[in-house]
Design a protein around this ligand. Structure first.
Ligand code: GLU
Length: 447
């Protein structure tokens, strides 16, 4: 059988065995379609069915999460943890609380996490979890009771050497605090390394909050440098206004990029004079309000309800909101408007057809597995600090993050050239991540 046929068969089997999980199918296809040249070089990977094994999670946990809202009414949500691969280290990956969460979303995220985590070069396996719980509009007490119920079930599957969750959409330091408190209570252990994204006052790492956004911008900087360009003076747009988007905008501004737009799921803020980041932070981080309110404070800014941010002219575009937010039509608009670089701060925000548009246009495209790996890499730095009962300075931690992002860029760049597609970071990232996992799987035998 040819390798192409083999890959086609594996994909068909994934679709058959995981019916209705469109996002998972998409994530698998995006990776395995780039692996043919690796199978040519390493026939042993096919012989040992490495790809087939990677596509099947090691363990999947689905559970009931009952809790009481402020009115005393009983609510029932569904909790998930997909422990995908642990050959490089304990399972590692965030928890997402959002009404769209179902098994297919958790599996796509967990699958991506395997390769992303391998790319960081840190000793972490891949996992993801979450719930269809919607934290929007819920009181602190409701969020706390939900988190406690969630952890009451999940704690038995976690541990600093077993599985280490963190945040994702809808899960920040507040939720991690409630989850950690309940874990400690259930296990009678102050096991700092069981969760990352903790507040720095009680075991968290400095820079973890900023790391995904900062890392994405470091990656853009590396891609531009490789082409003799830089961020300075470039017009930038960043979708989203959560943790990733906010700190991507901060780093862009510090590197003298001109950020003119951001968004949330309701609409887009366009501020030609430059986004007032302190205001965005206050609205989103402190007051938990919508981005529409930005326009109340700046009369010269435009709010576009339900608008597409990708219609705004820019040189650099960072999708930092959610999966499949940037489609083929949007990609064509960006290219026509002269965009030179796109990097994924979110996970799989660009549809496969949109990725093709960017690649055919020859613009620098950084896939999430590489570009947003700074978040989980800093989680691994948090685990290091916890294991040694140490805390590092902001400067030292940020320097480590910058080195890690530089290394990821270099490895992806080299692999893309080695496998005959120079400048193709999608191929480079998939191959580097896959090879690291595949080598460990071979060494461990049939497990
Ligand atoms: N949710 C983040 C990601 O997509 C971070 C995961 C972590 O820190 O474990 O990579």
């Amino acid at each position: 059988m040819t390798n192409e046929a083999r890959i086609g068969r594996i994909y068909e089997q994934v679709v058959r065995r995981n019916p209705g999980e469109a996002e998972f199918h998409q994530a698998v296809k995006e990776v395995i379609d780039t692996l043919e040249p690796v199978l040519v070089k390493h026939p042993e990977y096919a012989e040992h069915k490495i790809i087939e094994r990677i596509c099947e999670p090691e363990r999947q946990i689905i559970f009931r999460v009952p809790w009481q809202d402020d009115a005393g009414e009983v609510q029932i949500n569904r909790g998930f943890r997909v422990q995908f691969n642990s050959v490089l280290g304990p399972y590692k990956g965030g928890l997402r609380f959002h009404p769209s969460v179902y098994l297919g979303i958790v599996k796509f995220l967990g699958f991506e996490q395997i390769f992303k985590n391998a790319l960081t070069g840190m000793p972490i396996g891949g996992a993801k979890g979450g719930s269809d719980f919607d934290p929007k509009g819920r009181s602190d007490g409701e969020v706390m009771r939900f988190c406690q119920s969630f952890m009451t079930e999940l704690h038995r599957h976690l541990g600093e050497f077993t599985d280490v969750p963190a945040g994702d959409i809808g899960v920040g330091a507040r939720e991690i605090g409630y989850l950690f408190g309940q874990y400690k209570r259930m296990t009678n252990r102050y096991e700092s390394g069981v969760l990352t994204g903790k507040h720095p006052k009680w075991g968290g790492s400095l820079v973890r909050r900023e790391s995904t956004g900062y890392g994405t911008v470091y990656f853009v900087d590396e891609m531009l440098k490789a082409r003799g360009q830089s961020i300075e003076g470039q017009t930038c747009i960043v979708s989203g206004s959560g943790n990733v988007a906010i700190y991507a905008m901060e780093k862009l501004q510090r590197m003298r990029g001109h950020v003119v737009a951001c968004s949330d799921s309701n609409g887009v803020i366009h501020h030609e004079r430059g986004i007032d980041l302190e205001l965005v932070k206050r609205l989103k981080e402190v007051e938990r309000r919508r981005i529409a309110d930005y326009a109340e404070f700046h009369r010269d800014a435009t709010y576009l309800p339900g608008g597409s941010i990708w219609n705004i002219r820019c040189d650099i575009a960072l999708p930092c909101a959610t999966q499949n937010e940037l489609d083929e039509a949007a990609a064509r608009t960006l290219v026509a408007n002269g965009c030179v670089a796109v990097a994924e701060g979110a996970n799989m925000p660009t549809t496969p057809a949109a990725v093709r548009v960017f690649q055919e246009a020859g613009i620098a495209f950084g896939p999430g597995k590489a570009a947003n790996a700074g978040g989980v890499a800093t989680s691994a730095l948090e685990m290091q600090q916890n294991a040694s009962r140490d805390t590092w300075s902001f400067e030292h931690t940020e320097e480590r993050l910058q080195q890690i992002m530089g290394g990821i860029h270099r490895h992806c760049h080299e692999a893309a050239a080695e496998f005959g597609s120079p400048g193709n970071y999608v191929l480079g990232a998939n191959i580097v991540g896959f090879r690291r996992v595949a080598e460990a799987m071979l060494a461990f035998g049939v497990i």
